[in-house]
Design a protein around this ligand. Structure first.
Ligand code: C2E
Ligand code: CA
Ligand code: CA
Length: 504
């Protein structure tokens, strides 16, 4: 009796929750009150008039106490699905899908477009799954799919479905008549891989698989296994781990080449930080930079990257390889240090390298949002010292033309989101052409990031982009592999392909 009362109340709350999410539905309250009077007299009228507002207030209170509608509903629905699966000796699985790099999509297109992207993505997922499967919107630009219990479901079938979900999200979307390219990472978990499959356990395990997929983003795809790494909280152990990492020289730059589209030769390398952890293996920056930030170690990383990048440049010089410059990423924490320019000047001096051999990469968002005087002074100071200033992730940060001039920016690093499919999509091509035209008129050099295919490379050359960088040329590599790569690259240049280059 008590149980059934609890479940009736629960269902009532769920129903009222729907009202709570759509306040305009409250306009029907007077009609509901009138109808209850006609149907049940004064007593029902009183119950409706008082009951609905009371229930709404109760539902609101529940939400305010951290009741997260989407994610909580997922756990409840999973619980129900697991119970049905158990009863019918069938199997189920949960999938979580998250749009990669949604902060730069938000920066570029705005919240309304992001909402539209999520709506279209959800509709596409609906088309991939079967009618009895459930699709839920979660928080943080995530969606979940719960498979209706089925007899034949194994790891391979689940991963094939995960790949189909991912592919459906990655087809270009049209928002406000502009084509938008998104990629997504997907985590999957089969109910029967868990020792105690409850709704909460299955939701948590799928979230863990998604976190692992995100570590391999863009387009990461991972299934839950019991030995998946959990995200380390910022504990004493993590602090000790980071300290040991610095002491044992585990933070190292990997290098990704940049190629001149005019000559095909190497025009530089970008230094990208890696943590070569003694037990966890290679950790990418997306995973350790936030921990370094929280523990105040960003400047220390910056100095190590600068030292190692300049040492690499010196070694390439000594080995007779022409590498005009090396790019190093400077975080806003570093740019806030009033002694930065002196420190960089002194480091260049120590390696006996001219300042123009160093390209300082600064995010466009830092330039456009910074009202900090020290940051401005440092960027100008580095430019005056003779370093090249590259505006990183250009197109995502709304830097003004006057700030580009004021800071002495020399090159725009065009963000990957503009480069994707530039050879196949006229909108992308027009956007790149407009950026190149602007850069040309302002006397700025350009480099396109994230060039993955020969088609994109050829189109960027044709449009007059100065340099290209991306997996299509080479993935980031440890220093030891750079010389070997340069030897094989110059061998390929013996018979360079002729690509028509247009000046804008
Ligand atoms: P970023 O500066 O925009 O670096 C480019 C990122 O894109 C790198 O990721 C690179 O591996 C990846 N990438 C290069 N080509 C392609 C491609 O063709 N396709 C795709 N999908 N990706 C490509 P990585 O190395 O994981 O670095 C991520 C970010 O971490 C960097 O983005 C940068 O913001 C930050 N970072 C890396 N090293 C450092 C560092 O030493 N200091 C600071 N402050 N930040 C760093
Ligand atoms: Ca960069
Ligand atoms: Ca970038």
């Amino acid at each position: 009796m008590l149980l059934s009362l609890k479940s009736t109340l629960g269902n009532l709350l769920k129903f009222v929750g729907v009202f709570g999410q759509r306040p305009q539905v409250l306009a029907f309250l007077p009609a509901a009150v009138l109808a209850s009077f006609w149907l049940g007299g004064e007593l029902l009228l009183l119950a409706t008039a008082l009951g609905i507002p009371l229930l709404l207030a109760f539902a609101d209170q529940k939400e305010a106490k951290g009741f997260r509608p989407g994610n909580r509903r997922l756990e409840d629905d999973l619980e129900t699905t697991l119970a049905i699966a158990r009863r019918k000796a069938k199997k189920t699985a949960c999938f979580m899908i998250e749009i990669d790099d949604h902060s730069s999509i938000l920066d570029r297109f705005g919240t309304a477009a992001m909402t539209e992207i999520m709506k279209q993505t959800q509709a596409r997922i609906h088309r991939v799954v079967r009618t009895p499967d459930r699709v839920l919107a979660l928080e943080g630009y995530q969606l979940a799919v719960i498979l209706a219990p089925t007899r034949h479901l194994d790891h391979d079938t689940a991963m094939k479905l995960a790949a189909r979900l991912q592919a459906s999200v990655e087809d270009p979307l049209t928002v406000d008549s502009v084509n938008v390219y998104v990629s997504a990472s997907v985590g999957a978990c089969l109910g029967d891989t868990l020792p105690h499959p409850t709704g909460e356990a299955l939701a948590d395990a799928t979230a863990l698989a998604l976190a692992d997929a995100r570590r391999h983003a863009p387009s990461g795809l991972r299934a839950f296994t019991p030995n998946l790494p959990t995200i380390p909280p910022c504990t004493e152990t993590l602090r000790d781990d980071i300290e040991a990492g610095f002491e044992n020289g585990q933070f190292k730059p990997w290098f990704q080449p940049q190629i001149s589209t005019e000559t095909g030769r190497v025009s530089g390398f970008e230094a990208l930080a890696r943590w070569e952890h003694s037990s966890k293996g290679m950790i990418p920056p997306a995973e350790f930079l936030p921990a370094l930030e929280r523990t105040g170690n960003i400047e220390r990383l910056g100095q190590q990257m600068l030292d190692a990048a300049l040492a690499a440049l010196k070694a390439w010089d000594e080995a007779g390889h022409e590498v005009p410059s090396v790019g190093v990423n400077f975080a806003s924490d570093e740019l806030r240090n009033p002694k930065l320019v002196d420190r960089v000047a002194w480091t260049l001096d120590r390696f006996d390298l001219a300042p123009d051999r160093l390209s300082v990469e600064i995010l466009e968002t830092v330039v456009s949002t910074s009202s900090d005087d020290t940051i401005s002074r440092n960027i100008r100071g580095l430019a005056e010292l003779g370093c090249h200033i590259d505006l990183d992730d250009f197109g995502t940060g709304h830097a003004s033309i006057s700030s580009i001039r004021r800071f002495g920016v020399q090159r725009l690093k065009i963000d990957r989101s503009f480069v994707m499919k530039v050879d196949r999509d006229t909108d992308q091509k027009d956007m790149i052409a407009a950026i190149l035209l602007m850069a040309d008129r302002l006397g700025l050099d350009t480099v396109a990031e994230g060039v993955e295919t020969a088609g994109e490379h050829a189109m960027l050359s044709q449009l007059g982009c100065g340099h290209v960088q991306g997996f299509g040329i080479a993935r980031p590599m440890p220093f030891d592999r750079t010389i070997e790569w340069m030897v094989s690259h110059s061998a390929k240049l013996q018979a360079p392909p002729i690509i028509g280059r247009k000046t804008v």
